[in-house]
Design a protein around this ligand. Structure first.
Ligand SMILES: [Zn+2]
Length: 249
């Protein structure tokens, strides 16, 4: 039942994330004007703006000028719906979703933006950090100190990594790690571990495939941080139990 509410909600959130990911890096307002075709400028009618369905019905083209509409838009909507449903399923439907859903959603937007523009916008990180601290104080007051420490710790750890290896990551990644700590608490540890492992595997694979060029170009790291954060959000405590059970007993 909860699932049936959260999944469609996730589609709408995903639709909003597409607006965020397109407009925030371009310095445009996310509130108005209404969405327009990026080719012909024609306003997208509400009935052509239904998540996934409209893209399928229009076969990925603008109704007006028939220019192709990227498949990344329905893809983001689908990923967001699945993510939101998974968060609700694993974390339960309570006031905590006011923290978990915006966090998960903005991770998807951040990954999307970093893949295309190679930036992690402060315009997303700052409100997300403020929301995280404020809502944690209200909804999970017992976790507030843990989350503040985890945020500062993750920020510092990535700052040191970035200073030691400047080509590997930027300040956007450092700040994103700090925000992840604010939302994840101690689960930021497995989140960062997953991010570094996945980033290393993909980085090495790209270097093997594309040679030194890939190394120079670099791999955007925020998508790996985002993926790690989702793992931390959905399975952080279990991963920590697994680790302490395997190595500390
Ligand atoms: Zn058009």
């Amino acid at each position: 039942m909860d699932f049936a509410i959260v999944a469609p909600l996730g589609l709408l959130i995903g639709s909003f994330l597409n607006v965020v990911a397109y407009r925030v890096p371009r310095g445009e307002s996310i509130v108005k004007p209404r969405s327009r075709c990026t080719s012909c400028g024609e306003e997208v009618r509400p009935y052509d703006n239904i998540p996934i369905l409209s893209w399928l019905l229009l076969r990925g083209r603008c109704r007006h000028c028939h220019a192709q509409i990227s498949a990344r838009y329905p893809a983001v909507e689908l990923v967001t719906a699945i993510t939101c449903a998974a968060v609700a399923l694993v974390r339960g439907v309570d006031a905590g979703l006011l923290l978990d859903l915006p966090f998960a959603a903005m991770l998807i937007a951040v990954a999307d933006i970093d893949l295309e523009h190679r930036i992690v916008p402060n315009k997303i990180l700052l409100p997300l950090a403020v929301w995280g601290i404020a809502l944690t104080a209200v909804v999970r007051p017992d976790s507030l100190v843990e989350c503040l420490i985890a945020g500062a710790g993750a920020f510092t750890a990535l700052l040191l990594t970035a200073l030691a290896y400047p080509a590997g990551m930027g300040m956007g990644d450092v700040k994103l790690a700090g925000v992840m700590g604010l939302y994840l608490g101690v689960s930021v540890l497995p989140a960062l571990l997953v991010a570094f492992l996945a980033g290393s595997v993909v980085g090495v694979a790209m270097m093997v495939k594309q040679g030194a060029g890939a190394r120079k170009k670099g791999v955007p790291f925020a998508p790996f941080l985002a993926a790690g954060a989702l793992v931390g959000l959905l399975a952080g405590p279990e991963l920590i139990d697994l680790y302490t059970g395997a190595f500390l007993r």
